[in-house]
Structures are given as C-alpha cells and as structure tokens.
Ligand binder design. Structure first.
Ligand SMILES: [Mg+2]
Length: 222
C-alpha cells in the first residue's frame, strides 16, 4: 500500500489472540485437552466457530459439540488454568506484529488492545506484549456484550477519547471482524485459523509483515 503522507488513524485497535500473539495455538491445546477430559473429541467445525470467542461461548460450543452435559464453570476453570500455564511459557508473536505495534507507538498514534480473553489471562499476555504500547485495554469480561457485538471496540474508542470511525481495527477472525465492523471501525483482517473474504471497508492481508502506520492510514474508510 502506498504512503499517502501525514494522514494517520485516530487510533489503532488491536485484537490479541491470533492477531498480535500466536495464542490460538495455545487455545487449541487447552480446548482439545478439555474435550479429552470430558471423554470426547472436538470437531474442526466447532473449534473454528470458537476462534475469537469469549470463554463462555467457547465452553458452550464445546459441550454442545461433544453432546455432554458438563458444568460450564468447571470447564471454564480447566481452560483458565491450562491457558494460564501456557501463556506464561509458550506465547509467541504473530509475524510482523511486534514491529507494527512499535511503529504505531513511535508515530504517536494511540493503541488499544481489544480482546475476548478475560482480564487475568490478558495481564499475563501483556508481560509479553509490553503494557507501554497500549493506552487502553478492553477484555472480554469487561463489556456487557462481547464480540461479535460492537461493544468492545466502542468501549476502546471511548476510553481513548477518539471517534470510532477514525480507528483502524486489526483482527484475525470472522467473529472479531464482525465486532469491529459493527462498531464502525475501518478493518484490516489478517486471517489466522479461518479464512476471511474481502468486503467494502475491509482490507485483507496475509500477514502484518512489512506493514507500517502509513499503510493503516491509507486504508479506505469503512
Ligand atoms: Mg483473534
């Protein structure tokens, strides 16, 4: 994408799992372990439907997929414990994410983290991401309606004190793209686990490698 000069986004709103961090792989491990624990095998379709989801929705989808009547709180605890362990030891950046985050910061453009993951686990991820890069962070347990509703992105813009339509949201999942578009953001989709088709007001890229804040400024408005 060409550099069109000094125009910049009002803010850049980053999804976390699968966008900045390769954490969907960690969720894969934890979800498949939980399925085994409950005596079943998680289907690919159900796993794909969970990408970008809140914990509550993922647990409900997993129980439904396995056809088991299990305690949702217990399953959520299992996932929390296992993902917490793995977030401490196995977190890796997605390609180009670290460089783009640094470029946004260097340009003085405010950034927010907008994630479906709950606060406690996000705090562990922020040890890897670097808290100083984000002016605001919005977690899945801090909004009335999580993604795919627009609430998390609307909340982030509100916390930053910027108009949401001037913000670029970067997302890896169809669910997250739906959320960002519902809020009115310009969307850059960088699919990780599930394909995403281009659409008006939505750019799709293979990765964040080589992207700069100028590229984000040049995206067409929503
Ligand atoms: Mg994601």
């Amino acid at each position: 994408m060409p550099d069109r000069g000094p125009a910049r986004p009002a803010a850049v709103l980053f999804d976390m799992d699968g966008t900045l961090l390769d954490s969907e792989k960690i969720w894969d491990v934890a979800l498949h372990e939980l399925a085994r624990e409950l005596g079943g095998t998680l289907s690919r379709a159900a796993r794909e439907a969970m990408v970008g989801s809140s914990m509550g929705r993922s647990v409900a989808l997993l129980h439904e997929d396995l056809g088991v009547e299990a305690d949702p709180a217990r399953s959520a605890d299992f996932l929390s414990t296992r993902t917490t362990e793995l977030f401490r030891t196995d977190l890796e950046w997605r390609p180009g994410a670290r460089e783009l985050l640094a470029d946004v910061h260097a340009a003085g453009v405010p950034a927010a983290l907008v994630t479906s993951t709950h606060r406690a686990l996000t705090e562990i991820a922020l040890d890897t991401l670097g808290r100083g890069f984000f002016t605001a962070t919005v977690c899945g347990d801090e909004v009335a309606r999580p993604k795919p509703a627009g609430d998390p992105y609307l909340r982030a813009a509100e916390l930053l004190g910027v108009g949401v339509t001037g913000c670029v949201a970067i997302e890896d999942s169809p669910l997250g793209v739906t959320s960002a578009e519902a809020a009115g953001c310009v969307v850059l989709a960088v699919p990780s686990e599930v394909p995403i088709a281009p659409a008006p007001g939505r750019a799709v890229r293979d990765s964040l490698v080589g992207l700069s804040v100028a590229d984000l400024a040049a995206l067409p408005p929503a």
